[in-house]
Design a protein around this ligand. Structure first.
Ligand code: GCU
Length: 418
């Protein structure tokens, strides 16, 4: 009986997902006109950096209201406790620590655990900060790194026990994060499990960092992507206090849904000196108006809780969006941004991701910069690196050592003049 009831609940969801047929035919991409990053709401054009400040506020406001939702100003306290320290990590070349950050506000609290590697050969070091999908213990074989218990703390009842963080995952993502190479090249890595900030399911925004704020929600309240991005800013608050971190040189990085979060973090928090989008796709850097691969409608139907409620107004109605995702990249100007696609990741619309960067160029030009250095999408495995960098990796959806290598090259170019 219960099984039948469950099946009835699940079936409509399944049909909904199956009904969607993504377009993978370039010939069927409709004509579209992108909103101009350099025209103010009142129709005046933006000619200098002063005008841009105004325009930037307008664009940010649109993304807050219509896409990701508005995150609260942080008015709480962060307590940091080092729970693990190892002075001899990565073959003796790095210090490693795991820090429990307790975010406290009005008698409520949220706890996150940040894993930090600092290279001994560079002090203070530039850092790459990114959320991870499967827990900090997946970055190293070391048995002392704790396995997140966010599942229990957040009272998650969904999914099978097999999906939960366990010993099985230990070290499995080490290569993806290229920890050894980061350390060799003088970069620090800071990472935390994204589910500690906000568990990735629709619970009505009651758990994770949303729980710190007992607010009346409206159509433009923050969704999960905004919560992940907001959390990255809180980690940045802490990184800024560490003498081993060169706070001017903290890059925010994310893959896929976490790439969307990294982009939103970079847009809302200009302390991030460099922004990296790895296969961020729809709701990330891919242009919504292209309607290629995953569309606004599809992402809202399956992952509506990632966004503000108002975003669903644009499902199958993309031309009405007051912005498109190239303006998200424009919000980073003049800071360097790297956009990575993968050839077999058509769901994320690699071409749309390239255009998302290219059409941000006018904002970079206001600062005397070029932005994306090529008008054409580069060939497979041929990275280009201007103020905006881009590559189309061979292979599928994922963050691979090849991707990380390009990020270190790009950061070297901007931060070490290489
Ligand atoms: C799904 C989703 C994408 C997202 C991806 C991921 O495929 O449709 O928008 O980027 O999951 O996070 O891996």
């Amino acid at each position: 009986m219960r099984l039948i009831f469950l099946l009835c609940l699940l079936l409509p969801l399944q049909t909904l997902a199956q009904d969607f047929v993504p377009n993978y035919d370039e010939g069927k991409v409709p004509d579209y006109q992108l909103p101009d990053p350099l025209v103010l709401e009142n129709g005046e054009s933006v000619n200098n950096q002063g005008d841009w400040e105004k325009r930037r506020k307008e664009i940010l406001g649109y993304f807050e209201r219509e896409v990701y939702g508005k995150s609260p100003e942080w008015d709480g306290e962060i307590e940091a406790e080092v729970v693990l320290e190892n002075d001899n990590a990565v073959n003796g070349k790095a210090h490693r620590k795991e820090v429990k950050l307790t975010l406290k506000r009005e008698g409520k609290k949220a706890e996150v655990f940040v894993l930090i590697y600092h290279p001994k050969n560079n002090h203070p070091a530039p850092f790459i900060l990114g959320l991870n999908f499967y827990g900090n213990h997946t970055l190293s074989e070391d048995p002392s790194i704790r396995i997140t218990d966010a599942w229990i703390r957040n009272n998650e009842t969904y999914g099978s026990a097999n999906n939960r963080a366990s010993e099985k995952g230990r070290g499995k993502r080490r290569a993806n994060w290229a920890v050894e190479e980061a350390i060799e090249r003088g970069y620090g890595i800071a990472t935390l499990y994204y589910g500690e900030l906000d568990p990735d399911f629709d619970d009505g925004f009651r758990n994770g960092v949303h729980a710190l704020y007992e607010e009346e929600r409206n159509e433009s309240s923050w969704g999960a992507v905004a919560a992940w991005a907001w959390g990255l800013s809180r980690v940045m608050d802490y990184l800024e206090t560490l003498e081993e971190v060169d706070a001017e040189k903290v890059a925010v990085l994310g893959h896929s849904r976490l790439g969307k979060a990294a982009l939103w973090a970079g847009a809302t928090d200009t302390r991030f000196g460099l922004v990296i989008s790895n296969n961020s796709g729809s709701g990330g850097v891919a242009l919504s108006r292209r309607r290629y691969g995953e569309t606004v409608g599809r992402i809202n139907r399956v992952y509506g809780y990632w966004f503000a409620e108002r975003f669903s107004r644009y499902s199958e109605n993309e031309d009405e969006l007051p912005i498109d995702q190239h303006q998200l990249i424009a919000l980073m100007a003049p800071r360097p941004v790297y956009i990575a696609s993968a050839v077999d990741d058509q769901w994320a619309d690699p071409k749309g991701e390239f255009f998302g960067g290219l059409h941000a160029n006018p904002a970079y030009q206001l600062f005397g910069k070029t932005g994306m250095p090529s008008n054409q999408q580069p060939q497979v495995d041929q990275p280009v690196m201007g103020d905006i960098g881009y590559h189309l990796r061979s292979g599928g959806h994922g963050m691979l050592p090849y991707d990380m290598q390009q990020y270190f090259n790009f950061a070297d170019k901007h931060w070490k003049g290489k």
